[in-house]
Ligand binder design. Structure first.
Ligand SMILES: O=C(O)c1ccccc1NCC(=O)[C@H](O)[C@H](O)COP(=O)(O)O
Length: 196
């Protein structure tokens, strides 16, 4: 199971997550978020990461040029796209992209089904809400290209085991306060997810 720790705002949390075995770190470039990080601060952290860690940039309502410029400057390796896009618009971005499906009903899970995608619970504000998805919606679905997000915690991560997700993504479930990770929760989450 691959694990992404999202909403990284400081070097200490980043290095601790990597030490615990995180495969990917998420940086929120959306200035309305309590987890917002400036491109300059993200670059500082990313420059100090060891090899083999995916750096994911989260974007809400940004143009292609801004996304490409920020990713190149910071050395982000994957752009996570939170606003409504179609396949063609994704292909215009000259970077590896990960569309986010904000799910209101079981049918939504099948959007972008040929691609790797992050499936999150729908909420009015964007991301990091702690809101969970109904796991029954994934019964009988090919989850091999789905990264599951939304309300995951060290306590409930074991519930996802039987679905065969490509990976899991967590933000608020491993925080002490918004924008700051709890080292123990991060360690537990990654250990439990990797044991599934
Ligand atoms: O985390 C944010 O504040 C955020 C802001 C804008 C767009 C996306 C954002 N986070 C999205 C994520 O990928 C979260 O990791 C995902 O929604 C899971 O969050 P949580 O339910 O808190 O684990």
């Amino acid at each position: 199971m691959r694990v992404k720790i999202c909403g990284i705002t400081n070097l200490r949390d980043a290095l601790h997550a990597v030490e615990c075995g995180a495969d990917a770190l998420g940086f929120v470039f959306y200035n309305q978020s309590p987890r917002y990080i400036t491109p300059k601060d993200a670059k500082h952290i990313i420059d100090l990461l060891p090899p083999f860690v995916e750096r994911v940039g989260l974007f809400v309502d940004e143009g292609v040029e801004t996304i490409e410029t920020i990713c190149r400057y910071t050395n982000i390796s994957l752009a996570q796209i939170h606003f409504d896009v179609d396949e063609e618009s994704l292909d215009v971005i000259d970077l590896k992209t990960l569309p986010v499906v904000r799910t209101r009903s079981p049918e939504d899970i099948h959007r972008f089904s040929d691609r790797y995608r992050l499936v999150d619970a729908y909420c009015e504000t964007y991301g990091g809400s702690g809101k969970r998805l109904n796991l029954e919606w994934f019964e009988g679905v090919d989850c091999s290209k789905i990264i599951l997000a939304g309300g995951l915690t060290p306590q409930n991560i074991a519930e996802v085991k039987k679905y065969g997700f490509y990976g899991v993504d967590v933000s608020s479930g491993v925080e002490s306060v918004k924008g700051k990770k709890d080292p123990k929760k991060v360690e537990q989450f990654i250990t439990y997810a990797k044991s599934l």
